[in-house]
Design a binder for this molecule. Structure first.
Ligand code: APR
Length: 315
């Protein structure tokens, strides 16, 4: 029997993700969005690609969650993107409300699912979805690190004129400008990057990686990246559904790991059928530890704003 994945949010990231997951062939997909007819239209279009691409996987669209019942995995991309004149906090609280209501529905209809959060600001949204769901921490995590490392790997491969497949990299911390690409753990065919590239060039590529999302936004003018994000989400979906036990960076709820307690930030994890089956703890230099703490503090600030807003709403 094929497994079932629901993608909430049928915008750029959600729809592209649904298409990629359908093309895996071994899982049916339900696309959910609040906009009337939008998920139905996109789902039908994808379904009609099946005879050409050779997949029997079903794709259905819906404005409610009944269709999504008993999903094995749910990807949450629902939310708004920042528009001119909006503060970061405006985006934060709007997407907090959206992801809270989405999560309540997801939990009601798929109580045993694994949730992959994608909505930005990523780490704060993972925290909100984790807390709202009441799920154990292994079943709620976020996609950011694979995308950030993919950007770093792309730039390194271009610079050295080598295959992207041979570049390995690791990024820690929040999905923001203060993410922490770990140069020490970056290698090309097993060769440390420092053997192949001058420090100055590495620093340039790290800076470009940190600003990678913004670089795409500036080019697209409207909206943000979705091809690479959807590829990253699909890799996580596959790791879970095929119980691959892959070691990948993900945003996970930490309970003391890396000296961080009660906060969702990016760390290397083992992803398999149980979701985050293990948080991989690796040694950090003092400088890396400081950078991670700094990045976690930025996430904590947003989490505090959400907490305050919830307390005010509760009266
Ligand atoms: N329930 C379901 N869908 C919703 C809801 C809701 N409560 N609120 C909004 N949506 C839908 C919108 O109707 C829209 O179709 O979420 C979709 C978002 O799509 P886009 O605006 O195209 O945004 P996208 O580029 O897909 O990004 C989605 O992922 O990478 C992050 O920063 C990005 O937070 C953003 C999210």
């Amino acid at each position: 029997m094929r497994s079932k994945v629901t993608v909430v949010g049928a915008g750029n990231v959600g729809a592209t993700t649904a298409l990629r997951i359908q093309q895996l062939g071994y899982t049916d997909v339900v696309l959910v969005d609040v906009v009337e007819d939008l998920p139905q239209g996109k789902a039908l279009d994808m379904l009609e690609a099946g005879p050409v691409t050779g997949t029997d996987a079903r794709v259905t669209g819906s404005n409610s969650y009944e269709e999504s019942s008993d999903s094995d995995l749910v990807v949450i991309t629902a939310g708004i993107a920042r528009r001119p004149g909006m503060s970061r906090d405006d985006l934060l609280l709007t997407n907090m409300r959206i992801t809270s209501s989405v999560t309540e529905q997801v939990v009601k209809y798929s109580p045993d699912c694994i949730i992959i959060a994608v909505t930005n600001p990523l780490d704060a949204m993972v925290q909100n979805i984790y807390e709202t769901s009441g799920f154990p921490r292994n079943r709620v995590f976020g996609m950011a690190g694979i995308l950030d490392t993919a950007r770093f790997r792309t730039f390194i491969a271009e610079e050295l004129n080598v295959s992207v497949e041979d570049v390995q990299a690791l990024v820690l911390g929040g999905h923001g400008d203060d993410m922490v690409p770990l140069v020490r753990y970056t290698s090309v065919g097993g060769i440390p990057i420092t053997e192949l590239m001058a420090e100055e060039k590495i620093d340039q590529l790290v800076a470009r990686t940190r600003a990678g999302g913004g670089e795409i936004v500036a080019l697209l003018k409207e909206g943000s990246a979705y091809y690479a994000p959807s590829a990253a989400i699909t890799q996580m979906v596959e790791a879970v559904l095929l119980d691959k036990k892959r070691i990948l960076p993900a945003c996970a709820y930490l309970e003391g790991e890396y000296g961080i307690n009660g906060l969702c930030v990016g760390v290397p994890v083992k992803l398999g059928a149980g979701g985050v089956e293990q948080i991989m703890q690796i040694g950090l230099t003092e400088e890396e530890r400081t950078a991670l703490r700094h990045s976690a503090a930025s996430v904590q600030e947003l989490v505090d704003v959400m907490k305050k807003s919830k307390e005010e709403a509760a009266g």
